[in-house]
Every structure is written in C-alpha cells, then in structure tokens.
Write a protein that binds this ligand. Structure first.
Ligand SMILES: Cc1cc2nc3c(=O)[nH]c(=O)nc-3n(C[C@H](O)[C@H](O)[C@H](O)COP(=O)(O)O)c2cc1C
Length: 152
C-alpha cells in the first residue's frame, strides 16, 4: 500500500500553499498519497494520521509561525505527544531582511518535532523571499531530493 504524506501548510499570504501545491505532484510521482492541509483548526492528532508529515510554513512577527499555525504549534508544545514513529521534512519560507528571525517559523516546528521524538529526513529547506529564486521552484527541487532520501 502507498505511504501517505500530509503537507501541513502555515501561511498568511498564500506562498506556502502555492509551494505545497507544486511539491505535491513530485511526491505523488514518487508513489506517495498526498494530502495538503491548512494548519488552521488542526490538533496534534494530525501527526498520527499519515506515515509522513511535511511542514511547509512561512515566518512572521518576531520569528513566529503564521497565525494559522499557532494553535497547532502551541497544542503540540503543551500536549507533547510521543512522535517517535514519525518521519518528517520541513520547507521554511522567510526573508533575510529579517536578519534576526530569518526563517524561524520552519525552525520552530523542526525543533519542536525533534523534541517530541520525530525523525527529520533531509535538511530544512529555507527559502529567502529576497532572493531571485521562486519559492515553488525551490520547493520542487528540494522535494525531488527529499523523496530520494525517504526511499533510503
Ligand atoms: C509582516 C511580515 C513579517 C515577516 N516576518 C518575518 C520574519 O520574522 N522572518 C522571516 O524570515 N521572514 C519574515 N517575513 C517574510 C515571510 O515569511 C515571507 O515573505 C514568506 O515567503 C511569506 O509566505 P506566506 O505567503 O506563505 O505567508 C515577514 C513578512 C511580513 C509581511
């Protein structure tokens, strides 16, 4: 049976969602069943509903996760479920003009999931909105490598 991947999207202005929509076909092409979920309204249970999780989130405020991701992040932090059976990846979006908090939204999820025992596959992708690279192109390139690592 195909393994499933939930792409959990944290966004305010929609870029992370566009990235998720372009990344999904790469994962499907590698044989995974993929579901894209807005983090808004999701609880920690979502971490147990698929074989793998791909966090795809931007950064706001003082290096915070976006508003729609805050409840899920806080609930995971408070309830601290055992995620030792979970493998995950992180696509982070940020802007290097925010030097002190560059890409911390993705980093916050990465730290928390590691604390809860989950195993990250691959490096955290960090897109810089001040670069010339399109976030969805960066995401697709990263996802092609990620599926290779997942298969190992
Ligand atoms: C008000 C505001 C605050 C932001 N704060 C940060 C930040 O602290 N660190 C960072 O790396 N990027 C920051 N960004 C950049 C966004 O994370 C980046 O533009 C991202 O691509 C937006 O993705 P989204 O459309 O999915 O929300 C900020 C952007 C805005 C508009």
């Amino acid at each position: 049976m195909a393994q499933s991947i939930a792409i959990l999207v944290g966004t305010i202005t929609g870029t992370a969602e566009i990235v998720a929509e372009d990344v999904a076909p790469v994962l499907e092409g590698a044989g995974y069943e993929v579901e894209i979920l807005d983090m808004d309204g999701l609880g920690p249970d979502v971490m147990f509903m698929s074989d793998l999780v791909l966090i795809c989130t931007s950064t706001y405020g003082q290096g915070d996760v976006p508003d729609n991701a805050m409840d899920l992040h806080d609930a995971l932090n408070e309830q601290r479920p055992d995620l030792s059976n979970l493998r995950y990846g992180v696509i982070g979006l940020g802007d290097s003009t925010y030097a002190d908090t560059y890409n911390q939204g993705g980093a916050r999820f990465d730290e928390l999931l590691q604390e809860l025992g989950a195993k990250r596959v691959g490096d955290v992708m960090r897109h810089n909105a001040s670069s010339d690279e399109l976030p969805e192109e960066a995401g697709v390139a990263w996802a092609k490598e990620w599926v290779e690592l997942l298969a190992k």
